[in-house]
Write a protein that binds this ligand. Structure first.
Ligand code: FES
Ligand SMILES: [Fe+2]
Length: 335
């Protein structure tokens, strides 16, 4: 499965990984996550190099992950440390090792570096405005869709009055002005300015750019897989998109807020969780029907100006697909 490489991806919520090894599918591969005694998280292919058993069925033994089949034990770097059958004096063959992915833990998420190992890794692609003083509730869902369609759905500003007619799209603002977008090699920012169509001509991009100046974007997508909806200064929705395989995407949808009192915060998170789930289900009904699944193969899609953010996402995605795996800056956007 193609997923842009040389990036940090959110892959799990911190709280999903306890003391037991966890086997999950990510990027079309079966991976095992586990924690050493110091609590640090590690990830490897979920396949023992001996006879191919799933390591996630094994156990953590001090600072090693041991295979359930013949007890081979691997350390966090993937090096085999023990082969019970050859005894403590036995020499462990050189190639008896697992690939070890770089893993970070921050913002309540586990992040995996998808790409060649490096000496120094770039920062995690998070939103600085969510750094301090926020609480959040998380909804986890898995959809039978390719991650490109999942992401594009959240960059799509023209579907609101149709898909969300009864909720956030009420009011029939079907005329999409712009949208005005800005992008760089970190992400795409979208100012959503939909209007009721009373026969007026929509504002030009230049007018929208002037109106956007100084105002925060309504949507902000951070490459490769993080999305932020600005509901106001004290409330945001964030989605971490997790590519599972060609036909499955996992969503960690978080409602961020600043209500401190847990007696008020919990009910608020519960209600917003319910409503976000309801709204997302409205999207799901349509997105699961899109063909082809992977938008990279959707040359027949006829995009319009209102799809500007989707076009930009596809441009970045195509660029990543065509480039050799090395850190690069994207060329400037033409508008
Ligand atoms: S298959 Fe894992 S130790 Fe044999
Ligand atoms: Fe939607």
């Amino acid at each position: 499965m193609f997923v842009p490489s040389e990036h940090w991806y959110p892959v799990l919520q911190s709280r999903e990984l306890g003391r037991k090894p966890l086997g999950v599918e990510r990027f079309g591969r079966r991976l095992v996550f586990w924690r050493t005694e110091d609590g640090r998280a590690h990830a490897h292919p979920d396949r023992c190099p001996h006879l191919g058993a799933q390591l996630s069925r094994g156990a953590v033994d001090r600072d090693c992950l041991s295979c359930p089949f013949h007890g081979f034990a691997f350390d966090a770097q993937g090096q085999c440390r023990r082969i019970p059958a050859i005894g403590r004096q036995g020499k462990i063959p050189k190639g008896m090792a697992l690939e070890a992915f770089a893993v970070r833990e921050a913002h309540g998420l586990l992040w995996l570096w998808w790409g060649a190992p490096r000496e120094v890794y770039p920062e995690l692609p998070f939103f600085p405005e969510l750094d301090d003083g926020w609480r959040y509730g998380t909804e986890t869902v898995e959809w039978p869709v390719h991650y490109t369609r999942a992401i594009e759905n959240q960059l799509d500003v023209a579907h609101l009055p149709f898909v969300h007619r009864t909720t956030i799209g009420a009011g029939g603002r079907s005329l999409v002005e712009g949208p005005y977008i800005e992008s760089d090699d970190h992400g795409i920012r979208v100012w959503v300015t939909n209007a009721a169509d009373v026969g007026q001509s929509p504002r030009t991009l230049a007018e929208l750019a002037t109106a956007a100046a100084g105002a925060p974007p309504g949507l902000h997508f951070r490459f490769p897989a993080l999305w932020l909806l600005n509901l106001g200064e004290r409330q945001k929705n964030m989605i971490a998109f997790v590519p599972v395989n060609e036909s499955t995407t996992r969503y960690y949808l978080r409602f961020y807020h600043r209500v401190r009192n847990p007696l008020l915060a919990r009910p608020l998170e519960f209600i917003m969780g319910l409503s976000n789930r309801f709204i997302l289900n409205q999207d799901r009904r349509v997105v699961v029907t899109q063909t082809p699944r992977d938008s990279a193969h959707a040359e027949q899609d006829r995009l319009i100006g209102a799809d500007r953010a989707i076009i930009e996402f596809r441009r970045w995605h195509r660029h990543m697909r065509d480039m050799p795996p090395a850190p690069i800056a994207m060329p400037a956007t033409e508008r």
